[in-house]
Design a protein around this ligand. Structure first.
Ligand code: SF4
Length: 366
């Protein structure tokens, strides 16, 4: 059976190449071509003998994604990519976020998602499968080849729950931070999770292990949305088995182990998570460990009938009124600031092409 060449760390590749009877340094040449220079396949690998290239073609493949569609936001210039892997059998999306200062790429770690958050379009899709490390990193290379943009930041906030694909996500971090590859500093990478008990701890242990020291500064964002367990489980079904007290303990563990502050993600839902009590509890939470709270606007997604999201919208006739929403949002942020909470409003980018946070659904053009 052939293996995906993009799915090996440099050490693993060295072993493979040695097994095939070639010197180890050839593995570095292959790795540099594929991961550092974004070669789009085995035939684009430079500087290796023809015999080795023939051997690679015979024994390996490179699961380079095909770009099926690119949408460009007329408002922000943000670009959304629909990719297919493995001869169109797997589809996923990535977003190149054109920020004011730096570009960031938002990658997917799964095809679809089994968590089913009601505010997220991916959660309304069927779950497909975990993406391999090679399929995760090659989304970034495909965007770089297409646009010429090398990302300054990478966020695992596309389709899927990264901690449900922990081994492949950690391997992709190792590949991305390798000096012979993209060589991005791990502090420029953020992994976002809805919060899964044991997995946050495992992630902290993995990224701080001796062999993984290059990825130890990877940041963690936790999709909080509300500090109330009962309300949270209506938004995020997995919250029923992952209660906040348990998650908070693991976040403390993560902070102590890595020294990296946590980001709490909070989609602003007026009438649902902006009461005085919510503000007090957020303020208390902000003193638990160093953190910042990223408030995110709600980005419209297709909502299945009769869930809490439709209730939130239907119970508040002004929900979609921009002047009302903006005022409530501003008040909420100011109240938090007055309590000395570190809070930012995350820029919404790509709403017009369904590329903003929570909008990815990997729809093929009909
Ligand atoms: S928010 Fe994340 S975990 Fe929840 S359904 Fe969407 S992709 Fe899955």
């Amino acid at each position: 059976m052939k293996n995906d060449l993009l799915n090996f760390t440099q050490n693993e590749l060295s072993d493979e190449i040695e097994k095939c009877g070639f010197e180890k340094y050839r593995a570095a040449q292959i790795f540099i071509s594929l991961h550092g220079k974004f070669a789009g396949g085995i035939n684009s690998i430079k500087g290796i003998p023809l015999k080795l290239k023939e051997l690679l073609v015979e024994n390996f493949y490179a699961d380079v994604p095909e770009i099926e569609n690119v949408s460009v936001s007329e408002i922000s210039g943000t670009e959304k990519f629909l990719f297919s892997f493995s001869e169109k059998k797997i589809i996923t999306e990535s977003v190149l976020i054109a920020g004011k200062k730096r570009t960031a790429i938002c990658v997917s770690s799964q095809e679809g998602c089994s968590i089913g958050c009601v505010f997220c379009a991916t959660g309304q899709m069927n779950y497909g499968r975990n993406l391999s490390a090679g399929q995760i990193v090659s989304q970034i290379y495909a965007v770089a080849r297409y646009t010429g943009a090398k990302p300054a930041n990478i966020v695992f906030m596309g389709m899927g729950e990264p901690l449900l694909n922990l081994d492949n996500v950690v391997k992709s971090l190792k590949i991305l931070t390798d000096d012979n590859g993209l060589g991005i500093a791990s502090g420029r990478i953020t992994v976002s999770t809805v919060g899964l008990i044991n997995k946050i701890k495992m992630f902290a242990d993995l990224i701080t292990s001796q062999e993984n020291r290059k990825i130890r500064n990877t940041k963690l964002a936790f999709s909080l949305q509300t500090t109330d367990n009962g309300r949270r489980e209506k938004l995020i079904p997995a919250a029923k088995y992952n209660r906040l007290d348990g998650i908070y303990k693991e976040l403390i563990y993560f902070y102590r182990k890595t020294g990296t502050k946590i980001t709490y993600e909070y989609i602003f839902l007026p009438g649902f998570n902006n009461a005085e009590n919510d503000i007090k509890r957020l303020s208390k939470l902000s003193y638990m460990i160093p953190c910042n709270i990223n408030v995110i606007r709600f980005h419209p997604v297709k909502i299945k009938k009769e869930n809490i999201m439709s209730d939130i919208i239907n119970n508040n006739p002004e929900f979609y009124k921009e002047s009302y929403y903006n005022k409530e949002l501003k008040d909420f942020i100011e109240k938090l600031k007055s309590l000395k909470v570190t809070v930012n409003l995350r820029e919404s980018s790509g709403i017009d092409i369904n590329a903003a946070c929570g909008q990815l659904a990997a729809k093929r053009k009909e």
